[in-house]
Design a protein around this ligand. Structure first.
Ligand SMILES: [Zn+2]
Length: 334
């Protein structure tokens, strides 16, 4: 392809022997045009005339187009690079997230394991406490049952000797709101038991000497003058010199010897109980002595107004004589 540029008139033949008449572009000087001739081996050459201004316009347009393409390509590349960076960051974030998830899963598994262990320990403690509480409750119920039984025995003993057990406290220098105890509560049972125990400890139970009872309490014919009289105790026959045993803890409040009583001793046991022992051969305690149950008070004798070796035994409750036989029988039954 050859490009020939030459000046042409308005109408002339082309020197390139294309045998075609080139017409000039009306109103366009030749110097502002570009003549393009295309030749081939077989076909006749072809000639084109282009105005330089159009060529410039095309060139500028093409350049603009190229610049735009380049700009958008740059933007595309830039966004592509940015997307690649973001994708890489995203992949990295995903990997970090997977690592964090594995780490969290590991921590969660450990925590679940530790919680399960703690729960097992806690459950074991709870089970142990349940067993202990059950045992404690059983022991408590047994203790309450025993307490009831023993309180019933005490009440039975007191009832059998005809003694009521009024519960009285020292009313001086005391007070406060009144709160009744619940019936059959543990506190109520303990209170009753302690009170009954205090009384029982002071009750003279059993015989001070073992032997046949030769004279009962109450109305009788006096053995000396054969007149009707009141016998304020019981006579227990026993050979002289036999030991007289203290039937309850008590204090010796009186001892002596009279023509009628012979050698005698009086004990105070508390809770309003006193016991008296007459016609003793000999007393073995001193006034003021504190005696325990089972200690020897003195020896059986035949002193005073007596017809033979025996012990005259009296019990007083609140300074009134009561029948000692009930107390002796209770002691034998116990
Ligand atoms: Zn007597």
């Amino acid at each position: 392809m050859n490009f020939v540029h030459r000046k042409l008139l308005s109408v002339e033949k082309c020197a390139c022997r294309c045998k075609k008449i080139k017409k000039s572009i009306p109103g366009t000087p030749m110097k502002k045009r570009l003549h393009i001739v295309i030749t081939g081996e077989r076909d006749a050459p072809r000639s084109y005339v282009i105005a330089k201004s159009s060529l410039l316009t095309w060139g500028l347009s093409s350049l603009t187009l190229v610049l735009l393409l380049a700009f958008f390509s740059f933007l595309g590349l830039k966004h592509s690079a940015r997307n690649g960076h973001l994708e890489a960051s995203l992949d990295k974030t995903k990997q970090d997230l997977q690592v964090a998830q594995k780490w969290n899963q590991g921590i969660e598994n450990r925590l679940v394991g530790q919680i399960a262990k703690k729960e097992a320990v806690f459950q074991g403690i709870l089970d142990d406490l349940k067993v202990k509480n059950s045992e404690r409750e059983e022991l408590f119920n047994t203790a309450v049952h025993e307490l009831k039984n023993r309180s019933a025995i005490f009440d039975s003993i007191l009832k059998s000797v005809g003694i009521k057990s009024p519960i009285k406290e020292n009313a001086n220098h005391s007070g406060g709101p009144f709160t009744p105890l619940a019936e059959d509560s543990y506190e109520d049972l303990i209170f009753k038991f302690d009170h009954s125990l205090d009384i029982i400890k002071s009750v003279p139970l059993g015989a001070p000497v073992l032997g046949p009872i030769t004279s009962l309490y109450g109305r009788r014919i006096d053995p000396i003058n054969n007149e009707v009289a009141f016998h304020s105790g019981i006579d227990i026959s026993k050979k002289a010199g036999a030991e007289i045993i203290c039937p309850a803890p008590g204090k010796v409040i009186e001892r002596g010897c009279t023509e009628g009583l012979g050698n005698y001793v009086v004990l105070h046991h508390g809770q309003g109980f006193k016991t008296r022992y007459f016609h003793m051969q000999k007393s073995l305690v001193k006034k003021g002595a504190q005696l325990k149950r089972g200690e020897v008070i003195g020896l059986v004798g035949n002193t005073g107004r007596s017809t033979g070796s025996h012990l005259h035994y009296e019990i007083l409750h609140n300074d009134k004589s009561v029948n000692p036989l009930k107390f002796v029988r209770v002691g034998r039954n116990m």
